[in-house]
Design a protein around this ligand. Structure first.
Ligand code: NAD
Length: 333
């Protein structure tokens, strides 16, 4: 029995998190949960977005299942997501986007894994007001952070029988920062002679992902492009409700949906919990509980395939809870 920390988030966070925990329990996942309220509501109650005991739990358990958290715009809050990634050096953000035959889209052959560098680039949040009409933002790219995310992408390709890694960049304009990232990519590619490699400029990637998504396999890129391009890949497979992720560092691991707290549908019980549920499956696989993850994955596939109980983002009319119950009903004993 492994104890994990759970942040229930805000917006749709508690709804999709509760559904996921109930499915994990029904699947007899060998997990114990330490659950915490985090986010804006917790700030109103206790003056802290993440309570100290929630941090302490993650530092003890080292594995976090995290529901989305709202980042208030323009109120001086630093994004909690960025804070967590930096505080625990969760440098590798891995986002697998795979077409599912049950979810009809114009793109049936997508199977792309995005490796997003998670700790630097423009997300260091260093901005400087030069005068009333001029603001500078600092983009940081280091050799250390670039090497480790690029090497992880190639190693993942080897470990998962993948064929190609594509470096996504804007080195034609950002010759020093993205230029160094690209140089390091070519250096590390030589260490993995069995894996094909190429590089593409990020704007071209956005076009090609829509025209020829089946030509992409694994992509590795700095933080900002990874944020944007991975949302694009979620659109190819049917939307944000279907894109899971993990954030890995040397000592800690955090699993979360790629989407945010969706304030427009919060409290309506229509949010799709699949992305956080698949993130929980990635967590089970990380813990070596592959059979339990496979049982949950086949139950989700069956419900999607039947297409009787689907949430509105997948053109259904069911609630989060009805979808949860349909998945539980398809679990194998
Ligand atoms: P969002 O991802 O929350 O929502 C974008 C659109 O997708 C909305 O129309 C929403 O209803 C829909 N959507 C998202 N998840 C869905 C789901 N599971 N089921 C059905 N529909 C879903 O993006 P946003 O509105 O730009 O951001 C809202 C808040 O979330 C912001 O404060 C942002 O900072 C935060 N955010 C948090 C995370 C995180 O915690 N990891 C990630 C991204 C955004």
């Amino acid at each position: 029995m492994k104890t994990i920390t759970v942040f229930k988030g805000d917006g749709i966070g508690p709804e999709i998190c509760d559904a996921t925990l109930q499915i994990l329990k029904a699947a007899k996942a060998p997990l114990a949960f330490e659950c915490f309220e985090v986010g804006e509501a917790e700030y109103e109650r206790n003056g802290k977005l993440i309570p100290d005991e929630a941090y302490a739990s993650f530092e003890k358990n080292r594995i976090l299942l995290k529901a989305p958290i709202t980042t208030p715009i323009g109120k001086g809050f630093k994004s909690l997501n960025v804070t967590l990634r930096n505080k625990y050096d969760l440098y590798a953000n891995i986002r697998p986007a795979k077409s599912n035959t049950a979810v009809k889209t114009p793109f049936p052959d997508v199977d792309i894994v995005t490796f997003r560098e998670n700790t630097e680039d423009l997300y260091v949040g260093v901005e400087e007001k030069i005068d009333e009409n001029t603001v500078h933002a600092t983009k940081i790219i280091t050799r250390k952070a670039s090497e480790r995310i690029i090497r992880d992408a190639f190693q993942y390709a080897v470990d998962h029988g993948r064929k190609k890694v594509t470096c996504v960049h804007k080195a034609n304009i950002l010759k020093m920062s993205d230029g160094m990232f690209l140089d390091i990519f070519h250096e590390i590619a030589k260490e993995f002679p069995t894996i094909a490699s190429d590089d593409k400029i990020v704007d071209n990637v956005c076009m090609q992902l829509v025209m020829r998504p089946e030509t992409f396999d694994i992509m590795v890129m700095p933080n900002l492009y990874g944020d944007i391009v991975s949302d694009l890949t979620s659109g190819l497979i049917g939307g944000l409700g279907l894109l899971p992720s993990c954030n890995l560092g040397s000592d800690y691991a955090m699993f979360e949906a790629v989407h945010g707290s969706a304030p427009d549908i919060a409290g309506k019980h229509i949010a799709n919990p699949t992305a956080i549920l698949w993130s929980a499956c990635m967590m089970l696989e990380y813990l070596g509980e592959d059979a339990c993850a496979a049982n949950i994955r086949q139950a989700v596939d069956a419900v999607l395939q039947e297409a009787k109980v689907l949430t509105p983002d997948l053109h259904g009319t069911s609630t989060t809870e009805e979808y949860r119950d349909a998945i539980i009903a398809h679990l194998q004993a």
